[in-house]
Write a protein that binds this ligand. Structure first.
Ligand SMILES: NC(=O)C1=CN([C@@H]2O[C@H](COP(=O)(O)OP(=O)(O)OC[C@H]3O[C@@H](n4cnc5c(N)ncnc54)[C@H](O)[C@@H]3O)[C@@H](O)[C@H]2O)C=CC1
Ligand SMILES: N[C@@H](CC=O)C(=O)O
Ligand code: NA
Length: 921
């Protein structure tokens, strides 16, 4: 049997060690350079003149000249460890050791590690530690059932051993198990009689789980042909209790004990050590308390100067956010010790901070890996460069994000102590927090503005009652005298924290975070950031928690910019839009990182809703075959309540005033609105002004490009002129696709009514074509542009020349109107002929006269060579005469109606919104 003794001076870290983990796109090179552990993502490596260079995603080449012989190869799905002198440490928790099959699996994993020296730390089989604590409790409370409970513990280990081991090994293990259980029975009997157990009695009992699991694993590995010894860490690890149910390792004493153990035991190259248990300086058995086995692994890893410590668990690594709350959360390939520290505070599945300290001091990387998914490379926790700009430039994967991860803490309350008497009075903060300490409340975050008029802090909601009571009593005098104005409690709060070492000294990170929260309409109650800058903490309302987490997570590109879309009015434009969204969704996701999900479609009688997004290849059948009754309140509530999608937009594709009247409320609730419906912007002026004012002061967007000229850039052109300081003098044009089509095609060969029917058929008209022929639709567009230009006009201020024959204005339906229209063809034919006789054409135009603050809509004659006479199809033409475009107007021309172009205009507003919300543009 080959054995190793620790030399008198424990080996120092070698100049180089490496760990090259496979990754779908990148691998990470980790090594010690100039005494610091470094971690680089790389896509390539090559050698020139013996100098190793690594190439990163951004094309940057880094020379690792000071690195000795580093050979790189990529191996999938198996720990990639070098042969050599270095110890590799693994820790397997209770779940990994849950049954004989699992212990066998652990043995196989240990065997696959090619390191010559391996130290394996194990927990007890799952649930055993609890069973043992329970024994002590039962014995203490003189419950006779402790005996049968002990039998259960015995049976569990005996049956696992019988399945796992055989022959002499099995006999030896069972003999030890019998002896231990018999000792435990005697000890528990003593506890039963005394009705009391000291802490060391209890620690002695509960430590047996590890003793048994370590021995079983050791025998199992021996059985596989690898020489293996086991270590009772109570012989080696010496710890001193601290005040708060924790222990501090005594490194010098432990190191001495470890050396003695090596010389007396002469162990094999693989050693299985018990996690969790240790001894006090007086040789009394004790435990390392919570997360004890991880701590054991870290302490032992540090004592033997391990190459790496691998913690095996049941998750693929550390996620960028709780994957139950953020489905796009990703596994982080690397974390710095400090980041891991921050994350673990927030309950992420990371190591307890104290577990990190022993290895952190020696720059020993910790790898978190999933025992149930060996193909997952896991998360490496190691020291990483903080402000190495070259590394920053090559940052193209999540490992180098400014913000690595997000975490939340639920069910908190904020306490706000406020008053003018606090400013400049030393000792106020001390008095507040002494009182809080007295009631044993845990302060989770503190914030005080430099005006010193208030101190606010967060505590668990269940502790806030006691805190409030003691503060009121402690500060009664100050409150009565008015030096303090209040001690306020704000319940229902939560914390969202952004964690990332690269946030430090990088401007704009907090701005991006707060921008994402503002855009998701989330109010921030309090903020804290320490000067280490590893963590920005914001306090929010509990109900906003998941939405905020999602918004922040996607804003930092950890996931797509998600937008929940609700489409109202799946008529011509609405249906065309849904088809365009269907066809473009994959490209948007792939190329622009935008994830559009249609969460609901509603018509006037039926609607369909989805929690995760409607399959847009099937929406027509779904709304036909399996609809719910349309209900706009429920529809909006469905969008609003879906916390998985922080950003929501209603797309109104109706021509309905009732729907338009709801925009204000939706915007107020943080739901963005996009529409081709002209009713809101051409409705009553006061309502319009209120809507625009709300939109301007909130972070919620209201886009309506398609209301004028369909997909043509009319509103955006006008905005661009106004925002850059140009002055609008006049806007004149053919604003109606329908009327443009009609007069472009009404050339004496066909009846007027026939051409109107064609325009309707082509999808140019309003749902009721009388809205076009009456000039109302054009008047609405004139009003929209006039108001956009700053004119305060009502629709009734615009004189309109109607083309609807007076007797037909009373028709009850659009169909009746279309049927009766032919009997009035003669009137317009006459007018057309008169114009034609004088070399002119008829054109239906709208005018915004900004100089005289008025507008008008009329049928006018134009010479055949006038630009307005040159149009075809449903072309709109809009001429902007401005201070800058005075001699020659700026002209926008093109198809101004029709399903594809209008839906395209609406779609483009949706993408504009996504880009405002943070998608790349
Ligand atoms: N057709 C075009 O070329 C252009 C149209 N627009 C505007 O687009 C909007 C839609 O036009 P189209 O699709 O042509 O009309 P459409 O009549 O084909 O579609 C409107 C849809 O809205 C539904 N609807 C009506 N009231 C509703 C309510 N309260 N709740 C839910 N659904 C309701 C209708 O059932 C219908 O399915 C109109 O506001 C129109 O002015 C704007 C620019 C160009
Ligand atoms: N019916 C309208 C459609 C666009 O608003 C038109 O004909 O222009
Ligand atoms: Na437009």
């Amino acid at each position: 049997m080959k054995s190793f003794a620790l030399s008198n001076s424990l080996p120092a870290n070698p100049a180089v060690h490496r760990h090259l983990r496979p990754h779908p796109r990148l691998a990470n090179l980790q090594c010690l350079q100039n005494g610091r552990a470094q971690c680089w993502p790389l896509i390539n490596h090559f050698r020139t003149n013996g100098v190793l260079k690594v190439q990163t995603k951004g094309g940057i080449v880094k020379t690792l000249a000071s690195i000795a012989d580093v050979s790189l190869e990529q191996e999938m799905a198996k720990p990639n460890l070098p042969k050599g002198d270095m110890w590799s440490v693994h820790k397997f928790g209770g779940t990994c050791m849950g049954s004989s099959e699992r212990i066998q699996n652990v043995a196989n994993i240990v065997l696959r590690d090619p390191s010559e020296r391996k130290l394996i730390i194990v927990s007890a089989m799952s649930k055993v530690t609890d069973m043992l604590y329970n024994l002590v409790c039962k014995a203490k409370s003189r419950d006779d059932l402790y005996m049968s409970a002990l039998d259960e513990v015995f049976d569990k280990h005996m049956s696992a051993a019988k399945q796992l081991l055989e022959g002499e090994d099995l006999a030896r293990f069972l003999a030890r198990l019998h002896a231990d259980v018999s000792n435990l029975r005697t000890m528990l009997r003593a506890i039963y009689i005394a009705g009391h157990a000291t802490e060391s009695f209890s620690d002695f009992v509960v430590g047996h789980g590890e003793l048994w699991s370590a021995q079983m694993l050791s025998y199992a590995i021996n059985k596989l042909g690898q020489p293996c010894s086991w270590m009772d860490t109570r012989d080696v690890l010496i710890v001193n209790p601290t005040g708060s149910d924790q222990v501090d390792p005594d490194y010098p004493k432990s190191e001495k004990k470890l050396k003695e153990w090596f010389s007396s035991h002469n162990p094999a190259g693989t050693i299985i050590a018990t996690g969790f248990i240790a001894s006090t300086a007086d040789d009394v058995p004790t435990t390392l308390k919570r997360d004890g086995s991880d701590f054991s692994a870290a302490i032992l890893g540090a004592l033997i100067r391990a190459r790496q410590v691998t913690i095996w668990t049941d998750v693929d690594g550390v996620y960028s956010a709780d994957p139950r709350k953020v489905c796009e959360a990703v596994i982080l390939p690397t974390l710095s010790y400090q980041e891991a520290w921050e994350m673990s505070y927030f309950g992420a599945n990371v190591l307890h901070p104290r577990t990190i300290i022993p290895v952190m001091r020696l720059n020993i990387p910790i790898v978190i890996r999933n025992i149930f998914n060996l193909s997952a490379p896991g998360t490496v926790i190691c020291e990483q460069p903080i402000d190495d700009t070259a590394d920053y430039e090559m940052a193209d994967n999540n490992s180098n994000k400014l913000v690595k991860a997000f975490a939340t803490i639920d069910n908190l309350a904020l306490v706000n102590v406020e008053g003018t008497g606090m400013a400049g009075v030393p000792g106020t903060a001390s008095a507040i927090f002494s009182a809080v300490k007295e009631v044993g409340a845990n302060v989770i975050m503190i914030s005080q503005a430099s005006s010193e008029h208030s101190v606010c802090f967060a505590v668990p909601e269940k502790e806030v009652g006691a805190v409030s009571t003691i503060l009121h009593s402690r500060f009664r005098q100050a409150l009565e005298a008015g030096r303090l104005s209040q001690v306020e409690v704000i319940n229902n709060c939560c914390i969202l924290a952004a964690v990332g070492q690269r946030m430090a000294s990088t401007p704009g990170v907090s701005a991006t975070l707060f921008d994402a929260l503002a855009k998701a309409n989330i109010n921030v109650r309090a903020i804290a950031q320490g000067c280490s800058e590893y963590n920005i903490t914001v306090v929010l309302k509990q109900e906003d928690c998941i939405r905020a987490l999602r918004a922040a997570h996607s804003r930092f590109y950890l996931s797509k910019t998600t937008l929940a879309v609700g489409v109202i009015g799946p008529g011509l434009i609405g249906a065309t839009l849904l088809d365009q969204l269907r066809d473009q969704a994959a490209v948007l996701k792939e190329e622009l990182n935008i994830d559009l999900r249609v969460m609901g479609v509603t018509g006037s009688s039926k609607m369909i809703l989805s929690e995760t997004g409607i399959d847009l290849t099937k929406w027509r059948e779904m709304i036909k075959e399996n609809p719910e009754k349309a209900d706009l309140d429920r529809f909006a509530q469905h969008l609003q309540e879906n916390h998985f999608f922080p950003n929501k937009v209603v797309v109104d594709c109706t021509a309905d005033t009732e729907v338009a009247n709801r925009y204000y409320e939706w915007l107020r609730q943080g739901i963005h609105v996009i529409t081709p419906n002209k009713k809101a912007n051409s409705g009553p002026l006061d309502r319009y002004l209120k809507l625009r004012a709300l939109q301007r002061r909130s972070y919620t967007h209201y886009f309506y490009e398609a209301t004028v000229g369909a997909g043509l850039p009319i509103i955006s052109t006008l905005r661009g002129l106004l925002e850059t300081g140009d002055k609008i003098l006049r806007i004149e044009g053919i604003f109606s696709g329908t009327l443009s089509y009609i007069f472009n095609n009404f050339e004496g060969t066909r009846a007027f009514s026939e051409v109107v029917a064609e325009a309707k058929e082509a999808g140019y008209t309003e749902p009721d074509p009388r809205d076009d022929l009456s000039g109302t639709d054009v008047a609405r567009k004139v009003i929209i542009l006039a108001r956009e230009s700053g004119l305060k006009l009502e629709l009734s201020d615009i004189p309109v020349q109607s083309l609807v024959p007076e007797p037909l204005s009373v028709c009850s339906t659009a169909d009746e109107f279309m049927q009766k229209l032919p009997s009035f063809d003669a009137e317009l034919a006459q007018e057309r002929n008169n114009a034609s006789d004088s070399g002119e054409v008829l054109r239906y135009v709208g005018v915004v006269d900004a100089v005289n603050q008025k507008g008008l809509v009329e049928l006018k004659r134009y010479k055949r060579d006038h630009p307005f006479a040159q149009l075809s199809g449903s072309d709109n033409i809009i001429a902007f005469t401005t201070s800058r475009y005075k001699d020659q107007p700026l002209i926008v021309r093109g198809p101004g109606a029709g399903a594809e172009v209008t839906a395209g205009g609406v779609f483009s507003d949706i993408l504009r919104l996504a880009s405002y919300l943070g998608a790349p543009s």
